[in-house]
Design a protein around this ligand. Structure first.
Ligand code: UDP
Ligand code: MG
Length: 313
């Protein structure tokens, strides 16, 4: 069986297109299909559409609906938890992940004995240039500093075997960053590239600011480099201050001690104060993550689900 996990947030216009396209792409496939739609607290008619689809095809189309918007990461986790298939794919509802690739991905997994076939975008056509710029910068930074490598342009769209899905589900952290999680678990993965495409309908739910925060989360969740950076500039400013101190003492001994130079003292104090606050901020970010993690809150809460969905949290 092949499970298709689809997080949906305000996707009333796209879901039917999505199901049609996937059905068509997999018409020749020998696998039984199972759709798991996760309604991530949509404000539009997404849930109504899902209920209709479930009524039409109760054995293939399942849904669960969150009590509020918990974010795509939570929706993915919930969907993976429900998936019964020995092959599981995660796809966006907006058809930016081409379903035509699925047969090829299934063939690759079976022929090459892989655990996962991921996808990445060859280009970023149709994306605002500054968004592309910051995305590129993000991948540079994370790959420089983090042990967990992430490939530029990699999508969440991937096909996984059961062992890999179980591994992903074992990572029960509250701060979820799927790109990092998929990479962290390892397993034999190959990527196929495709041309970027626009969504069939609806609008992206990511604002620039939202993406920026998401990328900072990605860095904090999968790297301790910012903490090292804080220690590094702390050590560096100590060394500089030491040299300056020696210089001043020697100068005072040789040339006496005229009381000039208070503007430089003020600037140095402000600079040091700024550095300290910056480092505190970095440490605070990590403490915030620890705080949320230790509360052990549920990653999502279900308000409604189709009958076929087993009730787990
Ligand atoms: N999504 C979600 N919860 C959210 C935001 C997005 O489940 O809070 C889903 C959305 O319905 C879509 C996928 O995540 O299926 C990708 O979202 P979107 O297309 O808005 O992002 P983009 O493709 O522009 O990065
Ligand atoms: Mg999209």
């Amino acid at each position: 069986m092949l499970s298709i996990v689809v997080p949906c947030f305000n996707e009333e216009e796209t879901i039917r297109h999505f199901v049609d396209a996937v059905d068509q792409a997999l018409a020749q496939s020998t696998h039984t299909l199972e759709y798991i739609f996760v309604d991530d607290g949509s404000k539009d008619q997404t849930l109504t559409v899902l209920k209709k689809l479930n009524a039409e095809r109760p054995t293939t189309i399942h849904y669960l609906s969150f009590s509020r918007n918990f974010g795509k990461e939570a929706a993915l986790y919930a969907g993976l938890k429900q998936a019964q298939g020995d092959l599981v794919t995660v796809m966006d509802a907006d058809l930016q992940d081409p379903p035509e690739l699925l047969p090829q991905m299934i063939a690759m997994i079976e022929e090459k004995n892989l655990d996962c076939v991921g996808t990445r975008r060859k280009n970023r056509a149709g994306e605002p240039p500054i968004r592309s710029f910051f995305s590129k910068a993000f991948y540079k930074i994370i790959n420089q500093f983090s042990e967990t490598k992430m490939i530029d342009g990699v999508r969440d769209f991937r096909l996984m075997t059961r062992p890999m899905v179980d591994a992903v589900l074992e990572m029960t952290e509250y701060n979820r960053f799927s790109k990092g999680i998929f990479s962290w678990v390892g397993f034999e993965t190959e990527y196929i590239a495709y041309e970027n495409r626009e969504r069939v309908a609806g609008e992206t739910s990511w604002s620039f600011w939202g993406l920026f925060k998401y990328s900072l989360d990605g860095i904090v969740n999968f790297s301790e480099a910012p903490l090292m950076f804080a220690s590094f500039i702390g050590a560096l400013s100590c060394v500089i201050a030491g040299i300056a101190l020696i210089f001043i003492v020697v100068r005072a001994l040789l040339f006496g001690d005229p009381t000039t130079g208070w503007p430089s003292i003020v600037s140095i104090m402000l600079f040091m104060g700024g550095l300290q606050l910056l480092c505190l901020g970095i440490i605070g970010k990590y403490i915030g993550k620890i705080f949320l993690e230790t509360k052990k809150r549920p990653i999502y809460l279900i308000r409604e689900k189709s009958d076929s969905v087993k009730s787990t949290q």
